[in-house]
Each structure stands twice: as C-alpha cells, then as structure tokens.
Design a protein around this ligand. Sequence first.
Ligand code: IPM
Ligand code: MN
Length: 354
Amino acid sequence: MTKKYKVAVFGGDGIGPEVTREAFKVLDVVSEMGGFEIDRTDYPHGSEHYLATGELLPDEILDQVRGMDAAYLGAIGDPRVEVGLVERAIIAGLRFNLDLFVNLRPIRLLSEKFCPLKGKGPDDIDFVVVRENTEDAYAGIGGILKKGTAQEVAMQQMVYTRHGVERVIRFAFELARKRNRQKKLMLVDKANAIRAQDIWTRTFAEVGEEFPDIEQDHAYVDAACMWMIKNPESFDTVVTTNLFGDIITDLGAVLQGGMGVAASGNIHPGQVSMFESIHGSAPKYKGKNVSCPIAAIAAVQMMLDHLGEAGASARVEGAVESVLQGKDVTSVSASSGISTDEWGDRVIEKIRTL
Ligand code: IPM
Ligand code: MN
C-alpha cells in the first residue's frame, strides 16, 4: 500500500497562499517520484478569515491537526488586524497547543553571492539554531495595569521550566551529535543580566554530561550576534531561549541570503509538527507573483525530513541549491526578476533532471 501523509495546510495571509502553492507544487512532484502520497487538508484560518467570521483558531481545528502527520503554514499577519492578534492565535496557537517545543532553524548559505559578509562563503556559514518554542516571554504571563494612566504598569514574564529547558537542550545535544561536524553545542543566553537564566546554565552543564563527545560552548546573546558576523564558521549547533532565538535567527537568515530562503520546523519529535518560512506575510506583495517561494519550498523539505522521506528531502534540497546557483539568479527578494511560479518551475525542472 502506498504511504500516505495527512498534512494540514494553512496558506494564511499576504503572500502566504502563493508561496505555499509553489511549495506544494514541488511536493507533488517529489511525492510522485518517491511513491508516497500527500493527503492535504486546507484551512482558511488567518486574518481574512478572522475579519470575515471573527474566528481565529478553534479547538476543533487543533484537534483535527493533532490527528495529522504534519502541518504547514504559509505566512500570517495583516495590518488591518490588531497587532499580533492573529499571529498569537495561529502561529503561537499551533506551537503551544501542539507542544512544538523545538523551533529548528538551519542557517546554511547555499551560494556565495547571497552572503552579505565580505570574504565568507558556503563553507563558513552552515549552522543550526535550536530555539526553545513554548516558554519565555512568549508564554503569555503578563499584562498591563492601569493602562493609559500615569500609573501604568506593564509586565511580561520570562518563564523557564526545568522540563522545558531540559528537553530542548537534550534535543540540541542530540542534534550536534547527529550533525557530526564540529561536535559542538553553544548555549546562547543572557544569564549575566537575567539571573533566572541560570536555569539554562545549570541544565546545560548537567545534560551535557550525557554527551561527553560534544564540546560545550557558551556565548551571551549580544556577543553571539557579534560572533555570527565576525566568525560564522565557528558556529555548529546553537541552543537558546524563545526570544533570543527569534532575534538571532533573523540575523542568521540574512547571512544565508535573506528572508527569501530561510525556513523553520516547529517540532515535537514523534508527534505532528509544523513547518513554515521565517518570513512574514509581506502584504504589499500579495498576489503580485513576485515573492520568492524558496523559503516555503525549504520548509517543505524540512517537513519531508520530519516525515522520514529522506530521499525526497534530499532531492528538494539539491534542486534548490542548484537553482540558486543559476547565473541569472542574483537575488531572492521580490525584485529578483523571477516570478513566484517561475521559481517553483525551476526547482521542479532541477528535480526532474538532477
Ligand atoms: C517568527 C515570528 C513570530 C515569532 C511572530 C510572528 C510572533 O517572528 O516565527 O520568528 O516571534 O516567533
Ligand atoms: Mn521572528
């Protein structure tokens, strides 16, 4: 019997649906070649749906997604809706409710021409950030008191649990071992100023004892930003908090060519996990067919990895790399001169010919 994977697809807002279309065009080709099927269920949830119906992400939809093999998200965000409302409901809603405690963000430069750093190339920029994904300032503990008055108080708690910190650190050590490159894991925190992050320092050292083959490295987040620019080649595997992971992976995305190429996996090993681009919904490019769907395609590639379809994943990865090396490919931004569907066609052509 043919293997069939159930995938929940949230095309979302802005350019989300068009980059998702290209990503699934590519997925259809590799699934046929690989002899497996994708049973796709599309969900309309996003800002448009919210504006039309008032509905964000109901529990029954979450329950449906729990019964699937993977979820895929195009992009979320619309300036017509209150800042962060739909992002929190859908992106954070999936991350928190499905307990997707790892946000895996590979930073790999595929072609020298996209690198903004002088004298650095693909050999220098190849690392991965493991961002904790269910705690920290994102946990939703906080609020505003006496809003709009002279006595206003605003608080948002950075929440770290032993369970949450330990599981993501263990995942990162295992990943550093699996990558088998520098065999090094760097903890990025700000434990000198934010003393609650001492829980990260201690847990890192304790879990690290189970991994004597992996070197333990550490950088405060400010210094890590500096090292990412100065010596990106010294990075292999990084583990960090939710908020710092959010920030340093935008920096990382630029090192690998920009938001047009950066993808991520929101993962709970062995359970339904969610894959998405790092970029936003870019409303001004919506429907213009100018956005680069490479990040969306790379998210499909990560999803294939998670599903255990290593062959199909490698095919997509190789094709993307080869497309980006094309002579007329000079950028992955909306001004690349290559249309959204042309990008998808190029990747498919490479998949068929490589
Ligand atoms: C990301 C995004 C989200 C985050 C926003 C949209 C809530 O920036 O996935 O990196 O901060 O996690
Ligand atoms: Mn972000």
